[in-house]
Ligand binder design. Structure first.
Ligand code: SF4
Ligand code: MG
Length: 326
């Protein structure tokens, strides 16, 4: 597999009155070309912070305190995202990497039509296109997400939530980025609509050849639509493996708990045991393995030492951060 985005040793702190708290610790993660990489974890685990940090949209009190993020161009060139100058960064964000945030559908401008919002993006970044070409491209983009051209003249309030969300996805694809990051892109929609949009997106990724980082707390959606999954807890990645592998054979007790928090997609029913307790606050992160207060398998070293993310003895191609496997 060829990497398109590599994150290494990434650390993010949030400044608070009581001092800095760690929001992301030692994140190592690779997105391969053409794949859908799912990021899972309860709220507060650092998923969104990771998306903001990687795209340089993190704002104070969040600060990147260490690590590197590289984008790999199709030819092999490496772009150091964390040191891009602001002007390059703006172009980079639409043309090479784009983002659809949680509730993005509410960020459409209410006083502008779909047509003008789509063509504005094109006008800003593709000045060589003439007006008519921009309109043609807008129609094409809407078509990609299954919206007919007669909706071009609509204002956002005239569209359903699902349609507005699809318009946002069309905008994210407008300049043919190599990477699309989706942070809870469909959370506000009903389940049927969520699946429809995600299915379309996964098809488009093959057709248009981009890679996706897909973030959601809904692990059943991740298993269905991702190729690989990274599971986060307390600002760290605690397990990373192929989606099917994680589903069949989760190694980290937290992954196992997450998988038991939803009904089986197929096959025998799973017991819905969930995970006792609630995720930790950044300002009160447990020592050692941050999961230890909730872990039914905690033993001697767990409260004292942080387990490092490493391949288990029998499983190259996956990694787990748990003393049971080290
Ligand atoms: Fe549980 Fe210990 Fe593994 Fe953490 S390191 S998940 S506490 S067994
Ligand atoms: Mg979030």
């Amino acid at each position: 597999a060829e990497p398109v985005l590599t994150i290494s040793g990434l650390n993010v702190d949030y400044g608070t009155d009581a001092g800095a708290v760690h929001a992301l610790r030692d994140i190592d993660l690779t997105l391969n070309r053409g794949e859908v990489l799912g990021l899972a974890g309860e709220s507060g685990s650092g998923k969104s912070t990771l998306a903001y940090a990687v795209t340089r949209l993190l704002s104070p009190p969040g600060v990147i305190t260490g690590g590197e993020v590289h984008y790999h161009r199709p030819g092999g060139d490496r772009v150091d995202i964390l040191s891009l100058a602001p002007r390059r960064l703006r172009a980079f964000r639409w043309q090479e990497l784009s983002i659809v945030f949680q509730g993005a559908m509410n960020s459409l401008n209410p006083v502008h039509t779909v047509h003008s919002q789509l063509t504005d993006v094109l006008a800003a970044h593709r000045p060589e296109l003439r007006k008519r070409q921009r309109t043609e491209r807008a129609v094409e983009l809407l078509g990609l997400v299954g919206i007919s051209a007669d909706r071009l003249a609509a204002y956002p309030h005239q569209l359903s939530g699902g349609m507005r969300q699809r318009v946002m996805i069309a905008m994210a694809l407008a300049l043919e980025p190599e990477i699309v990051i989706m942070d809870e892109p469909t959370t506000a929609l009903d389940v049927v609509m969520q699946r429809q949009i995600l299915r379309r997106l996964v098809q488009l990724r093959r057709q248009l050849d981009f890679s996706v980082v897909f973030i959601t707390h809904d692990i059943s959606l991740l298993i269905e639509f991702s190729d690989r999954i990274a599971i986060m807890y307390g600002g760290r990645i605690v397990e990373q493996a192929g989606a099917a592998e994680i589903y069949r054979d989760p190694r980290h007790p937290y992954s196992d708990g997450l998988l038991h928090s939803f009904p089986a997609l197929h096959g025998p029913r799973r017991e819905l045991t969930g995970i006792p307790g609630s995720p930790p606050h950044l300002s009160a992160m447990p020592t050692g393995c941050a999961f230890h207060p909730r872990c039914g398998k905690a033993f001697d070293p767990c409260a004292g030492r942080v387990p490092l993310l490493a391949p288990p003895a029998d499983g190259p191609g996956r990694a787990v951060a748990c003393h049971l496997h080290s």
